[in-house]
Design a protein around this ligand. Structure first.
Ligand SMILES: [Zn+2]
Length: 200
């Protein structure tokens, strides 16, 4: 397709079009918006991307995003080290932390098992979780994945791997409507799901 835009603008549109949920039309709109920003604003926008990419990485323990080697939750002496709450994404940690009730540690998988999308155990941070559990000191692992097929499959898979280490494996109670996202569960619902967790 012939381009009607200068190369640099065309490139910018292509970059925006790479973002999830952004089609070609939206990408054009965003690119024009950026072009219309004062020069300093546009620069700080680009700098924010570079800085985030350079400083944010995963915690060596829980795999959550952090700018330190070990994240503040793993490093805190106030957290209960006998509990690990397993979540799919970093944003799920934020959802549970907002409730201010859970005081254990986390483990972020960075996805769930999905045969259809070719996401297998090696694509997730599952072996890191098994290492943590096998190192001892963990009494309970709480599976806090979305109550959909992929979340269920992932919970079952992990449960089978870690139960042999003698830990109690629980899952959230289904106060969360089936098929919904943890992210959208309100704090009270999430809190009830956590309190009413059941053994797997
Ligand atoms: Zn951590």
């Amino acid at each position: 397709m012939a381009s009607f835009f200068p190369t640099a603008l065309e490139n910018l549109i292509d970059k925006f079009a790479m973002l999830p949920g952004i089609g070609k039309k939206s990408a054009q709109r965003l690119a024009f918006f950026v072009l219309g920003l004062p020069e300093g604003e546009a620069e700080s926008f680009a700098d924010a991307i570079i800085a985030a990419r350079a400083t944010v990485h995963t915690c060596v323990v829980c795999q959550n995003l952090t700018d330190a080697e070990i994240c503040p939750i793993c490093a805190s002496e106030k957290r209960d080290r006998s509990q690990i709450c397993v979540v799919a994404e970093p944003r799920d940690v934020a959802s549970i932390e907002r409730g201010r009730e859970y005081n254990g540690l986390y483990h972020v998988l960075h996805g769930v098992l999905s045969p259809l999308s070719h996401i297998g155990p090696d694509d997730l941070r599952i072996s890191e979780l098994v290492s943590r559990v096998s190192a001892g000191g963990v009494e309970e692992v709480i599976m806090a994945l979305n109550p959909d097929t992929e979340g269920e499959t992932t919970s079952m898979y992990i449960s089978r791997l870690i139960k042999p280490f003698g830990v109690k494996v629980t899952r959230l109670a289904y106060g969360i409507p089936v098929g919904s996202n943890l992210e959208f569960a309100d704090d009270a619902t999430l809190q009830r799901a956590l309190e009413g967790r059941v053994e797997m």
